[in-house]
Design a protein around this ligand. Structure first.
Ligand code: ADP
Ligand code: 5GP
Length: 200
């Protein structure tokens, strides 16, 4: 992972939040490929262990708690949070915004609602999306289907989901992820409009 200057680069930022199981990761991975505006998916750092198939430096930078804390103290994070009360830290490295700027791309942050509050305080130009499912039952169904978390972890994620849903109206747009293609197109179109190049 690259170094860690603490100066925040002057870039507009797209934020995608939403409860666990709403489909954020799936959406972001597809959005990066289809959006007419060049996007850069910011890889977050976390202290949670990798899920099967997750790759260090692609899905997350998987750090030890000590290394995470060292970087936090050094001011390397734009924001960081202990998400889901599971004891794991997650954070956006300032260095990722710099990489986006180098690539002349808009950084996309997939972060929780508290992280989004912090980013809005530090970054002047933000476009934010809150992804939700058609019904609240669906979060649990999708998390069980994803089959990556123990039942007690799913319970905690669902509790957090209810808290996150209360803050949905703070976002510029709420996106219902019933049909994946439609949800991705809707976000891509909003980003293109925001960037002043509407899609024909
Ligand atoms: P999150 O990142 O918000 O926790 P994921 O992207 O991991 O959510 O998606 C959770 C599960 O739901 C995954 O198994 C994913 O394949 C599935 N999923 C995502 N979008 C949809 C959709 N539109 N319809 C049905 N299942 C979906
Ligand atoms: P997961 O463990 O399912 O990958 O992610 C759990 C939660 O952490 C999700 O709500 C996700 O949006 C959030 N998250 C991931 N990266 C970051 C980050 O860098 N900062 C913050 N604040 N939250 C993050």
């Amino acid at each position: 992972m690259a170094g860690g200057s603490t100066d925040i680069p002057d870039v507009p930022v797209v934020i995608i939040s939403g409860p666990s199981g709403s489909g954020k990761s799936t959406i972001v991975n597809r959005l990066i490929r289809v959006c007419p505006v060049r996007l850069y998916k910011c890889v977050s750092a976390t202290t949670r262990p990798p899920r099967p198939g997750e790759v260090d430096g692609e899905d997350y930078y998987f750090l030890t708690p000590e290394e995470f804390e060292r970087r936090r103290q050094a001011g390397a994070f734009l924001e960081c949070e202990q998400v889901h009360n599971l004891g794991h830290w997650y954070g956006t490295l300032i260095d990722e915004l710099r990489k986006a700027r180098q690539q002349k791309a808009i950084p996309v942050l997939e972060i929780d609602v508290q992280g989004a509050v912090k980013v809005r305080r530090r970054v002047p130009r933000v476009l934010s999306f809150f992804v939700r499912t058609p019904s609240d039952r669906e979060y649990a169904d999708r998390l069980r289907q994803r089959n990556t978390d123990a039942p007690e972890v799913i319970e905690k994620r669902l509790k957090t989901a209810l808290e996150e849903l209360k803050l949905a109206d703070r976002y510029d747009y709420q996106i219902v992820n019933d049909d994946l293609d439609r949800a991705v197109s809707e976000i891509a179109e909003r980003i293109a409009q925001w960037e002043g190049r509407g899609i024909a």
